[in-house]
Design a protein around this ligand. Structure first.
Ligand code: FES
Ligand code: FES
Length: 899
């Protein structure tokens, strides 16, 4: 069918099947990849365009419906210069990873076309159909409300970049739809892969005759095609097969890869792949995995145990016998899905005796080494060229599409692409570890903590992934950010037939925080001490010794965070008391949550290296291996390097992530990039500056100015000009590995060089008849050391709070039941309340300009604060999250019955 329509103001003709989705026609045929696809099912809104002046999900519109109509996409927004709305998005930090941004822009444009000065409620209503997993929505709403005002983007002068609200340096491609994500730049001649996955959580299988399929397609890959069929995060644990070999251990596990022309592989029905299944009863949950005589998920892992270990400090039993008040409880969490809006995607191509992988990732060098390992190649034979990453949150630290596209491209000598569907992404990818945390805390009559005993047991799913990291990190953090003289903590992780649990913003610390914060509330209530004041009395301070025996030499800003929250705490209590005095089924409450978070890997080397080049032509380039997955490290690294060098940030070019061009900056996780890679960027800037000053024979106070290939060095009244064409290229280098020590068998040592601290307040409204909870307001005080870019720091906190809200109230991944974004609910713009961020800067001398990290801390205290507020409103102490309405209603009824 031929369809004539207007596209961004121009007459256009398209030909194809009338049922073709508009999103697919735009992207695949008309090459307008600014329109993104996050679900292809009408749930995420990433594909939002305007059709005859009304926002629609283009994945739900058939091309047959488009004839004679007008379609507007993000590519049509800018008319040469950026539209005011796009500029406002940049100025407000409204785009993080940017995958939702085109859809958000089009939904906002739809509103602004009719109403240039919308209210907050009108903006929220207009954006209600577009999901963002990064921002927490607040900055998007502000950007839309401010779009009618003329906004000037700031360009700080030399030496003034650190601390400035500099717009993202990689922001323009995000607001114009030009950023190329994993599915956006697939070569036209690429073959496609469709992965056949297990419908069973535990089964044995045999493959039948694949000859007929091989005749239809270009190739059919099985385990026999994988040179070394095991991968994993840890060098000694390569337990996950690329393609299962006769046995599957979780629903969604890959077993066959169909390779060929895109239409041909998509046309193959699952029942055309000859697989003979022998299902076996799966082990679901910690109790099943630890039961006597439980079958083994992995034959060589006795007792289904992945790892255990703990921290011991002081005499816990003796201390408990002296406590004036003791609180205890057991808390449970479930699998939680990352739900990044960009499903895993990428393509690979063989180049001579090397393979290049262009895919969405958080960790290019780990990907390189892992792909090389499964292919039995040298690491140098693999090049990773990361695409833009549409959200990761830990989920793109594991391999996904990479090994299959690499193996297929290597064998076939053709580019090969793989783009996960949304259900495939959700079924196959890692999850947050379900946890059972049993905690006991005791204090003296004055409310000073004396002892704690915490055991955190994790369901690590079918394969190890980041399970050891979680089991190691949690015992160090399980007492919370408090000075507790007697500590016994334990972490353990067991294999089950659930999806592999991996890294997810916090590495198990959010689960543990739910327990320790409930204990703080319970002890404070027992002693009739204000909950904030109780925490303040026990807060770790600079100079204190932690349970691992580490002396916090400096930068421990929890007391300052709590002090900053005091007026908000008091006002919230007053407001809530006034509201509740009216009576009725709606009850309001106030809660508080605190956290600490060790920055970087636990007791392990995690170095970063940065390079800063000045070419003979005067091009200044930061070569950064630190992947920006939306958090803003591209901008942060430049801000730091710019001030260390003494030139303005706007003069920088940026090369990121490519393993051929950048040094290894480690993975984007553990809130480490600002602290570790930022320090390396600072050192690289200083190194280049020293080289320049030496060449110019100038003193340390000299100022620099770059004018094409001329570098002016002003030292007092003397100006020297370096002709870079004559001098040749210069390269500054910096590397940093935060100082840590291994933990001994009692967990004693220095696991992290520094810690972030935070406290958050939540105000909630509970309908006690329905069991529903609405979060009305959050105030978040975070000690970040130094806010290199306050807008980006706030963005991390607000985005973390939105994910923490989901963890507390709505998100539960159930294999086979919530494998899409209409059954698995994440917070929408209507769910996330107004958030006020208070940035505390207790400088960390080791960090760049005193900075620490904030990626994970934003999320950790949120669920405890919300659950504390629910308890304040209802008297119900929640022991299982998510706190779905039926769970809260049951708990309220049980409490009423017990009266
Ligand atoms: S891709 Fe269309 S709504 Fe998600
Ligand atoms: S910026 Fe919205 S999903 Fe990443």
């Amino acid at each position: 069918m031929k369809v004539a329509f207007t596209l961004n103001g121009k007459g256009t003709e398209w030909q194809g099947a009338p049922v073709t989705r508009l999103a697919a026609a735009l992207r695949d045929d008309l090459k307008l990849t600014g329109t993104k696809v996050g679900c292809d099912a009408g749930d995420c809104g990433a594909c939002t365009v305007r059709l005859d002046g009304r926002q629609v999900c283009s994945c739900l519109v058939a091309m047959g419906q488009v004839a004679g109509r007008s379609v507007e996409t993000v590519e049509g927004l800018a008319n040469g210069a950026l539209a005011d709305l796009q500029t406002s998005f940049l100025a407000h930090g409204a785009a993080q990873c940017g995958i939702c941004t085109p859809g958000m822009l089009m939904a906002a444009h739809d509103l602004l076309a009719a109403n240039q000065r919308p209210s907050r409620a009108e903006v929220e209503a207009a954006l209600g159909g577009v999901l963002c997993r990064c921002t927490g929505y607040g900055k998007i709403v502000e950007a839309v409300m401010a779009a009618a005002r003329s906004v000037t983007l700031m360009t700080p002068a030399a030496g003034a970049a650190v601390g400035a609200r500099l717009p993202r340096l990689d922001g323009v491609p995000k607001v114009t739809g030009r950023d190329a994500f994993g599915a956006d730049a697939v070569p036209a001649d690429a073959l496609w892969i469709r992965v056949v996955r297990s419908p069973h959580a535990r089964a044995r299988f045999t493959l039948g005759d694949l000859g007929p399929l091989r005749a239809r397609l270009t190739a059919v890959l099985t385990a026999a095609d994988v040179p070394f069929n095991g991968y994993g995060i840890y060098p000694e644990i390569k337990d996950q097969p690329v393609l299962a070999d006769g046995e599957v251990r979780y629903r969604g596990e890959a077993l066959v890869a169909l390779v060929g022309d895109r239409a041909a592989v998509l046309a193959v029905r699952d029942d055309e792949v000859p697989i003979a299944w022998t299902p076996e009863p799966p082990l679901f949950g910690i109790d099943a995995a630890t039961a006597k005589d439980a079958p083994l998920v992995q034959a060589d892992k006795p007792k289904n145990l992945l790892l255990d270990g703990g921290v011991k400090h002081g005499n816990v039993d003796d201390a408990f016998s002296k406590c004036a008040a003791i609180a205890d409880g057991t808390f449970e969490t479930t699998f939680v899905e990352h739900a990044y809006i960009e499903p895993e995607a990428g393509w690979a191509v063989r180049v001579g005796d090397r393979v290049e992988i262009h895919a969405s990732t958080q960790t290019p060098y780990m990907d390189r080494d892992e792909v090389a390992s499964v292919m039995r190649l040298r690491p140098e034979a693999v090049r990773i060229v990361p695409t833009a990453c549409g959200g990761g949150f830990g989920g793109k630290l594991d391999l996904s599409v990479q090994p299959l596209i690499a193996i297929a491209a290597w064998k076939l000598g053709r580019p090969v692409a793989l783009v996960y569907t949304r259900p495939e992404s959700m079924a196959a990818s890692t999850k947050r570890h379900p946890a059972r945390v049993t905690a006991r805390f005791g204090c003296d009559a004055a409310g000073k903590l004396l002892a704690c005993d915490v055991t955190a047991t994790f369901d690590t799913g079918a394969y190890a992934s980041w399970g050891p990291t979680v089991a190691n990190r949690v015992p160090v953090h399980a007492m919370g950010p408090y000075a507790v003289p007697n500590v016994r903590t334990w972490g353990e992780a067991f294999f089950t037939n659930g999806p592999p649990a991996g890294a997810f913003r916090g590495f198990g610390v959010p689960q543990a925080a739910i327990a320790h914060e409930a204990m703080m509330d319970a002890l404070a209530d027992k002693l009739a001490i204000d909950r904030l004041e109780f925490r303040h009395r026990n807060a770790l301070c600079a100079g204190d010794t932690t349970a691992t025996g580490q002396v916090l030499a400096h930068s421990a800003g929890l007391p300052q965070c709590l002090d900053a929250l005091r007026p908000h705490w008091q006002k919230a209590h007053d407001d809530v008391a006034t509201f509740n005095a009216k009576g009725g089924p709606l009850r309001r409450g106030v809660g508080i949550g605190c956290m600490w978070y060790g920055i970087g890997n636990t007791s392990m080397s995690n170095p970063s290296r940065m390079k800063l080049g000045l070419s003979p032509a005067g091009t200044l380039t930061l070569y950064s291996g630190a992947l920006d997955i939306g958090q803003g490290s591209n901008t942060i690294m430049v801000q730091i390097a710019a001030d260390a060098l003494g030139l303005p940030a706007w003069q920088f070019q940026l090369v990121t992530g490519d393993t051929d061009l950048t040094a290894d900056a480690g993975k984007t996780s553990a809130s480490r990039q600002t602290f570790v890679s930022g320090k390396a960027a600072e050192l690289a800037g200083r190194d280049l500056r020293q080289q320049i000053l030496r060449l110019a024979n100038a003193g340390p106070e000299a100022t620099l100015a770059l004018d094409d290939a001329k570098l002016l060095v002003r030292d007092g009244g003397v100006v020297r000009t370096l002709d870079l064409a004559t001098v040749g290229g210069l390269l500054g280098e910096g590397s940093f590995d935060p100082p840590t020590t291994p933990l001994d068998q009692d967990g004693q040592g220095v696991p992290y060089a520094t810690y972030a601290f935070a406290a958050q307040i939540a105000v909630v409204e509970v309908d006690i008849e329905l069991g529903t909870v609405k979060v009305l307001r959050m105030v978040a005080a975070h000690d970040v050391g130094k806010a290199i870019n306050p807008t980006l720091v706030e963005g991390q906190i607000e985005g973390g709070i939105a994910q923490g809200l989901g963890l507390a109230l709505m998100e539960e991944y159930l294999p086979g039941r919530t494998e899409n974004l209409h059954d698995y609910l994440i917070p929408t713009v209507g769910d996330v309340p107004e958030i006020e961020c208070l940035l505390i800067e207790d400088r960390e001398p080791l960090g760049p300009s005193g900075a620490k990290g904030v990626g994970e801390p934003g999320l950790v205290p949120t669920a405890p604060a919300i659950l504390g507020a629910v308890h304040h409103a209802t008297g119900v102490r929640v022991t299982k999250v998510p706190l779905l309405p039926h769970r809260l209603r049951e708990a309220i009824l049980a409490k009423e019955k017990a009266r």
